[in-house]
Ligand binder design. Structure first.
Ligand code: SF4
Length: 77
């Protein structure tokens, strides 16, 4: 499970980073930086609370697998 952010909805007041400082940092303007790391089991409750508490519904939990950054192998001939 990971947290995702829709930056077009975020108001940048940083409430989420107060709830979940272990996973959400703020940039120099106060907007959250969501690293996309797997949420440890011990932080799942706080992560759900942060998502529910976001006043702009800018956060979500997802179970999507992160896309690989490894180069694709060439197609067979
Ligand atoms: S709580 Fe929601 S609106 Fe506020 S900074 Fe975090 S993501 Fe943005």
């Amino acid at each position: 499970m990971r947290i995702t952010l829709d930056p077009t909805c975020c108001d940048g007041f940083g409430f989420c980073a107060e709830i979940l400082p272990e996973l959400i940092d703020l940039d120099e303007w106060g907007y959250p930086i969501v690293g996309g790391a797997e949420i440890p089991q011990s932080l799942l409750g706080a992560a759900r609370y942060a998502v529910r508490s976001c006043p702009r519904r800018a956060l979500a939990l997802t179970q999507e697998v992160a896309l690989s950054t490894a180069p694709r192998s060439p197609a067979p001939r």
